[in-house]
Design a protein. Structure first.
Length: 175
């Protein structure tokens, strides 16, 4: 028996590799805007499984996936402009969508690996906006749940060519 070759992938990916963007376009043309202040990001795809066991299975249970549901849960540091105090526009759009009905209650989002890895998705979702509250010494954080409505579509990563995401800045060391 031979020893398997160790994998070449030895660096652990960081959770902060994800970027979430909201389509803020109003004329049918996407206007992707970064949702800032993410402190936790959890994408989920949950299958619905149904029993499809027949007598042919000889006593073994059989299952089939009949539906998929997707969601993204994030915790946000609530962002405001340092001079005007106005809250971030993307965060405000999520908050407002959480309090609307019908077509106005949906948002279109995409998320992707900001390092360019082949891990990028887009879909339409309902929003739940839940402030965490807290004491006088705590920061304002919000739990946001994006519950998918329809398919989560795999897309080409917007930064797959190695270019930085729009509106991101690379800090340089000061000497």
């Amino acid at each position: 028996m031979s020893t398997p070759t160790p994998p070449a992938e030895t660096v652990t990916a960081l959770a902060r590799r994800y970027r979430l963007e909201l389509d803020m376009g109003t004329d049918g043309t996407p206007a992707w805007t970064m949702v800032p202040g993410i402190t936790e990001f959890t994408p989920k795809i949950e299958p619905t499984q149904q029993d499809v066991t027949t007598y042919d299975a000889e006593g073994w249970s059989e299952q089939a996936v009949t539906m998929l549901a997707w969601s993204v849960e994030v915790t946000l540091a609530h962002r405001a402009h340092p001079e005007t105090g106005k809250f971030n526009a993307a965060q405000e759009a999520l908050r407002k969508a959480s309090m609307r009905f019908g077509a106005d209650s949906y948002v279109t989002v995409r998320y992707y690996d900001r390092n360019g890895a082949d891990d990028a998705y887009q879909g339409r979702a309902l929003v739940t906006w839940e402030p965490d509250g807290g004491g006088p010494d705590e920061v304002d954080t919000i739990k946001v749940a994006l519950t998918g409505s329809g398919p989560l579509v795999e897309i080409t990563n917007p930064v797959a060519d190695g270019s930085p995401p729009p509106a991101s800045k690379t800090l340089k060391a000061v000497s």
